[in-house]
Design a protein around this ligand. Sequence first.
Ligand SMILES: *Cc1c(COP(=O)(O)O)cnc(C)c1O
Length: 432
Amino acid sequence: MHSFHYENGSLHCEGVNLDVLANEHGTPLYVYSQATILDHYRRLSAGMSELDCQICYATKANSNLAVLNLLAREGAGFDIVSGGELFRIEKAGGDPGKCTFAGVGKTRAEIELGLEKGIYSFNAESEAEVAFISKVASEMGKVAPIALRVNPNVDAKTHKYISTGKSENKFGIDFSVIREAYERAAALPNIKIRGLQMHIGSQLTSVNPFVEAVEKVAPLVQELKEKYEIEFFSIGGGIGIVYEDTLASGQDHWWGEKEEKPLTIEEYASQLVPLLKPLGLKIILEPGRFMVGNAGVLITEVLYEKRGSAKTFQIIDAAMNDLIRPALYEGHHDIAPLKEPTSDETEEVDIVGPVCESGDFFAQNRALPPLEEGDRIALLSAGAYGFVMASNYNSRPMPAEILVDGDTAHVIRARQSFDDLIQGESIPARAE
Ligand SMILES: *Cc1c(COP(=O)(O)O)cnc(C)c1O
């Protein structure tokens, strides 16, 4: 369910008119739909209901406290990748006991924090890391629950920067040596082996790589269950979303290209549940993008039109520092004018930001309804890996974030001020 639709000629998020919202809060502006996030969480839970399943939302996809709090109240656990994320989980009312800690480079301070807070599992990505966790736990007189992340060497068929389950990626421990790694981990002091984890990549739009990976790893899971009495098997995140044609159904627009086929939860569940159920373990899922991607938009305003000899540029007030996906991963975002176009006319344009980088674009050679200076547009499907990757590059204050619940819009993060930009900076005192 995507709660963005035209009503009386204006793009709405649930019951809120986005143009009115932009008048009040300015642009660029991130807006999230609470109903969409909840719908995604509940549909995934329902799809997995035959399993003992814990959803550990991948915090890094969108870590605003309000989003985390929303999911915590639904019973979600969290997959975290830093001490800062664990701090956020606690501030948001999440349960550290339902947190799994991922990442190839956990520091001593992060391991200590995880042990103090009693997280559910450190998902370790190398033997060196397990040895270090054992050392820190021993010093603290604690037992560290761990899982190893196996790299199943499966091609996720996604963008190279978000593919993680091939041998050449830095993630996880090679499938060929994982048994020995478990043996050595089990022999270390103050380590409790709790599970096995994998995560093969992000934005997977076919269920096949998931199936291939689970089928490959399932016999290993059985072995580990017998040998170490592991409690859980995490199959990671990676469920892809549609980035094209994402407005509510029945509101198809000509500028949405329609080539993508979504991976539905029905398909994901119907293929994976039969493979996972016989394992008789707690199954952990770590979805990030699926939960929040289609639930958010970035609203921005056209500043200038620039007609070059080769191209027409629409220069907008959002830039790569606000949303870096196009520059970083060649990410596609559909673009919808806030005012519903009244004709089928389109014009081929580049949508670019004001930052001094050629990579600062949101669309190239895109057929869009004609735009004029002062028009506002929404970059759709910007709820995941959007604001969380924002920076102050070019000393641009970060946008505000809004959570819409029905007819109500809550400011869940204030727009940064100029003072915020220089917070913590100082000029060294100099001898005169
Ligand atoms: C990033 C990440 C996820 C979430 O990936 P999505 O594609 O957003 O679902 C899950 N698990 C791990 C270990 C990750 O690094």
